[in-house]
Design a protein around this ligand. Structure first.
Ligand code: ADP
Length: 499
């Protein structure tokens, strides 16, 4: 294994940005974009420019994909357990860099260091260790086809995988894509999100100390100019995408022209059903965790439609307001901060326009917590968490993904009614039900139309749990052994005629 001690942990995120800015990582090296073009990356807490990012286009994509294709066959020919050991070693190496990665992602995304960014950096490292250990599970089957013929299936890598990632949990979502792809014997080219190019580039730099050159390449740039050429490149055999429904459809259309498989993790509008017999304290804590208030609600899994039985609705809303009020908004890098900022001006305006519309429709917006008093943060993209009540079921706020700290609390009277309302969504990513009644819980888990259903809890995504939605929430699964086998390999059937 090459010397992994070359990169020392650097906890000053600005120093890291100076080292990484304006660069892609292609074929093991930090390189500038072919066109020389770069774009500004802002700190959403004070709107100051943190640095520049390389503006990748088709030529950069081609260089990265060619480098990946050159190394992929040798990587696929490496024994699976050796690949796994190297990927697990990457996880342990990333663990040593956890703090710097947490600070870097907090700086570029505005996510609070203590409640969000550090947690993400931990899951990231764990995902590589987890998948590294699964290498020998890349098994085939023996098939009882004909006694005179030995019939087996094998799992073959696809080749070069293109991964397009979003800004909300960029490190973790990248890990869930590339760890299984690499262990399965593929090479990868990742395109980062415009808003968050640095932490993932640093991860790529760290991993490139131990991985063969060209195996993991990372480009920054915009969706149409850099993401699309990656999907369209003739040597990319699989695309895994997380982002909006609209961009996901564009990716799917381009991939369809090449007839290549895609995994799409798209939006959500996840219902949380709180029955009259629920444990109220647990349900309130679950609403805070589920709504991802500490991430400003910027999660596709956010429990943003909270259906509460009419008999407990007032006590639920009061308790929720009290708890959310206690969360501290502030500088994302400050240890005291629970809630940081919205990621960008575009999202900031979007979230505010939804809140204005909800109020114009007659909804009551309970604004919680307090905007930071610090004058240095006065320009930052801070939005107070909002708990909406009195909204109509057909409101846009109830139907559409806001991707901000806006929870819609709606009341209901009957179980059948609430189940029908919960399922009347174009999305189907996650859902939770809160009840002490076993029959109701079991029935709801069967009938809720979502890929991830939980009872009396609202946990986040884990490396070992299969995750993915139905309807407009996407195609295919991420995380777990299943994702590696089903989405980063193809199955080959082999028959030996023994006669
Ligand atoms: P958001 O609105 O939350 O930024 P997007 O879907 O626009 O979500 O972005 C998620 C990721 O998809 C980003 O890396 C972005 O650059 C990329 N992207 C956006 N549009 C396209 C597209 N047409 N083709 C490929 N990638 C895209």
């Amino acid at each position: 294994m090459p010397d992994a001690s070359a990169l020392v942990a650097q906890t000053d995120p600005f120093a890291l940005v100076r080292e990484l800015e304006g660069k892609h990582l292609i074929d093991g090296k930090l390189v500038g974009p072919a066109t020389g073009k770069t774009f500004d990356v802002l700190n959403p807490a004070n709107l100051q420019v943190i640095g520049q990012a390389a503006e990748g286009e088709a030529e950069d994509v081609d260089r990265a994909v060619q480098a990946a294709a050159r190394v992929q066959k040798a990587w696929a020919a490496t024994p699976a357990r050796e690949r796994g050991k190297l990927i697990a070693a990457c996880g342990r190496l990333l663990e040593q860099h956890k703090e710097e990665l947490a600070k870097l992602v907090a700086l570029e995304t505005g996510k609070a260091l203590r409640t969000e960014s550090r947690v993400e950096a931990g899951v990231l490292a764990d995902a590589f260790v987890f998948y590294g250990g699964l290498a020998s599970e890349l098994k085939g089957e023996s098939v009882p086809f004909n006694p005179d013929m030995l019939t087996v299936t094998t799992r073959e890598p696809i080749g070069v995988v293109g991964a397009i990632i979003p800004w909300n949990v960029p490190m973790m979502l990248m890990a869930f894509k590339i760890a299984p792809a690499l262990v399965a014997g593929n090479a990868v080219v990742v395109k980062s999100a415009e808003e968050a190019p640095y932490a993932v580039l640093r991860i790529c730099q760290i991993m490139n100390q131990v991985l063969p050159k060209g195996l993991f390449n990372l480009l920054s740039g915009f969706g149409p100019e850099c993401g699309q050429p990656l999907v369209a490149h003739p040597k990319v055999g699989k695309v895994t995408f997380t982002g909006s429904v609209e961009a996901g459809k564009a990716v799917y259309r381009t991939a369809a022209e090449k007839l290549i498989p895609v995994t799409l993790e798209l939006g959500g509008k996840s219902p949380m059903i709180v029955m009259a017999d629920a444990d109220l304290d647990k349900a309130v804590a679950g609403a805070i965790a589920g709504m991802r208030f500490t991430r400003q609600g910027q999660s596709c899994t956010a429990a943003s439609r909270i259906y509460v039985h009419r008999s407990i609705r007032h006590s639920f809303v009061d308790a929720l307001k009290t708890k959310v009020d206690a969360l501290v908004m502030g500088d994302p890098l400050d240890e005291k901060t629970d809630i940081g900022t919205i990621v960008s001006q575009q999202q900031f305006e979007r979230v505010k326009s939804y809140i204005a519309q909800g109020e114009a429709e007659g909804g009551t917006a309970h604004r919680c917590s307090a905007l930071p008093a610090d004058a240095a943060l006065s320009q930052g993209y801070y939005v107070q968490p909002v708990i909406f009540t009195e909204l109509k079921e057909n409101s846009r706020l109830v139907g559409e993904e806001i991707f901000g700290p806006v929870a819609c609390v709606l009341d209901f009277d009957g179980y059948e009614e609430v189940l029908q309302r919960a399922n009347a969504s174009e999305y189907g990513l996650a859902a939770t039900v809160w009840t002490r009644d076993l029959h109701t819980a079991l029935d709801a888990t069967k009938r809720l139309e979502a890929g991830f259903v939980q009872v009396n809890q609202n946990l986040v995504v884990m490396p070992n749990l299969s995750y993915g939605g139905v309807k407009h929430s996407g195609l295919g699964k991420e995380a777990s052994l299943e994702a590696m086998l089903e989405h980063f390999t193809h199955k080959k059937t082999i028959i030996f005629n023994m006669q």
